[in-house]
Design a protein around this ligand. Structure first.
Ligand code: DLL
Length: 433
């Protein structure tokens, strides 16, 4: 089933025509209604009327997170506050949040985008969906809530936290779908087991997991524990929230809602586009957003694009599962390491559980040290020294094969590492302190 077949199966020429028409409009709209863009474009000598082809986008200056911070709170808004229908914000690592605003028309578009990715991942109007993202300024909960509501499904706005109660609600209310972060889904799965349930005790069918990185292996683990079909979906508050892209049931890349968000993948050094299929930094342009148009936003997320039509029938471009962010890439003894690589190694080993922590530090000789803390799947192993040593060596070996780097591995009790109800924070880099 396809939610909006006219758009989602449009020919490449058709979609590009639509994108160009919208790009011309939005760039002019931003220039005329947001002093920030006018100033930036005038300074760069960029004339919004000079856009003639989609390739011309390359001449437009980028927008970055600092632009939003520096223009806090409403500096990038293009409309009078009377026209605003919703205000969200994402918490920054320090200081003030990044504020994003929506008009009624934007909310309508957002609901459609989420409905499309929900249907693509197997969600239906007959679902009873538990939304276990934190409700509030975060875009995840309300975004997916409205998407599912648009389909006509029944929504349980459970919010995150109180995991025992989450399990009770899932079971008693007969939820068929779950929406949360992938790490929280795993935690919920563990809690089900701890409370003595089997996955057959639930009616769960599909799960929509996003807002943080997850690996193929992590999805397999979620599928095994919760007995549902998991898909990955992507978005960011600055652009809209969830609904930028999502996997279909083929699980071969996340379909981008390209009629609303124009994607580019760039070499992060030269900022020139990379060839299709090569990894680089994703930049996104909102093609219709009224409240806060965002042009060529550097997401810092690393992915690649695939324009080939998908087996599901959709023709929209697909972005690969994120490989990380340009800024969560760790450089350890000169080697580039993405936490997602470490996760893949661990998730492929049945002897270890789903939770881990990565600590990077520096020894007295200024040498970088990588430590990975992992929960063993079975606590009996902790009393068996020989097997423990063997497992530690095996993990070290597997990490070395993938990372080309030696790591210290610490095995800990099941359920002893910190759990997260929202986005997880698994990396501590002590070198920066
Ligand atoms: O996390 C929006 C969202 C909510 C997406 C719910 C999907 C589901 P922010 O809080 O602004 O917005 O964080 C955006 O989270 O730039 C990525 O680095 C990361 N991220 C989001 N989705 C994924 C994903 C929401 N599927 C930032 N895989 C983005 C990996 C993701 N990282």
């Amino acid at each position: 089933m396809i939610y909006n077949p006219k758009i989602e199966t449009m020919s490449r020429a058709g979609i590009e025509r639509l994108q160009l028409e919208r790009l011309k409009k939005i760039v002019n709209y931003a220039y005329e209604n947001v002093p920030f863009y006018k100033k930036k474009y005038d300074q760069a000598g960029f004339n919004p009327d000079s856009i003639k082809t989609l390739d011309d986008i390359r001449r437009i200056p980028f927008t970055v997170k600092d632009d939003l911070r520096e223009n806090y709170p409403y500096g990038l808004s293009a409309v009078h506050s009377d026209k605003l229908a919703r205000i969200h914000a994402s918490s920054g690592t320090s200081g003030k949040p990044t504020v994003v605003v929506y008009t009624k028309k934007d909310l309508d578009m957002w609901a459609e985008c989420c409905a499309r990715i929900i249907v693509a991942g197997g969600g239906r109007e007959t679902d009873i969906v538990q939304i276990s993202f934190g409700y509030g300024l975060f875009t995840g909960a309300l975004g997916m809530h409205q998407g599912y509501e648009r389909l006509g499904a029944a929504v349980i706005p459970a919010s995150s936290g109180n995991t025992e109660r989450q399990v009770m609600l899932l079971k008693d209310l007969g939820a068929t779908a779950l929406v949360c972060t992938p790490s929280y889904a795993l935690y919920i799965g563990e809690m089900m087991e701890k409370l003595g349930y089997k996955k057959e005790d639930f009616k769960l069918r599909v799960g929509f997991f996003g807002s943080e990185a997850s690996s193929v292996e992590m999805h397999k683990e979620i599928e095994k524990r919760l007995g549902l079909f998991p898909t990955d979906n992507y978005g960011l508050s600055e652009i809209i929230g969830p609904g930028v892209s999502g996997e279909c049931i083929m699980k071969d890349g996340m379909h981008i809602n390209e009629d609303y968000f124009y994607p580019e993948v760039l070499d992060s050094k030269t900022l020139e586009p990379v060839p299709e299929g090569e990894y680089g930094e994703l930049a996104l342009t909102t093609l219709t957003k009224e409240g806060m148009p965002v042009i060529r936003y550097r997401t810092k997320d690393i992915t690649c694009l695939n324009y080939a039509p998908c087996k599901c029938g959709r023709t929209t471009a697909r972005m690969a599962r994120l490989r990380g962010r340009t800024d969560d890439m760790l450089i350890i003894r000169g080697v580039n390491v993405f936490p997602s690589q470490i996760e893949s190694v661990l998730m492929n080993m049945p002897e270890v559980g789903g939770q881990y922590e990565i600590v990077v530090s520096r020894d007295e000789h200024y040498m970088d040290k990588l430590e990975v803390k992992v929960e063993v799947a079975d606590s009996n192993l902790l009393t068996d020294f020989k097997h423990l040593e063997e497992l530690r060596d095996k993990i070290k070996h597997n990490l070395r094969t993938i990372l080309q780097l030696d790591a210290k591995v610490k095995l800990v009790e099941p359920l002893s590492l910190k759990r997260f109800e929202g986005k997880s924070k698994r990396v501590t880099d002590l070198r920066k302190i």
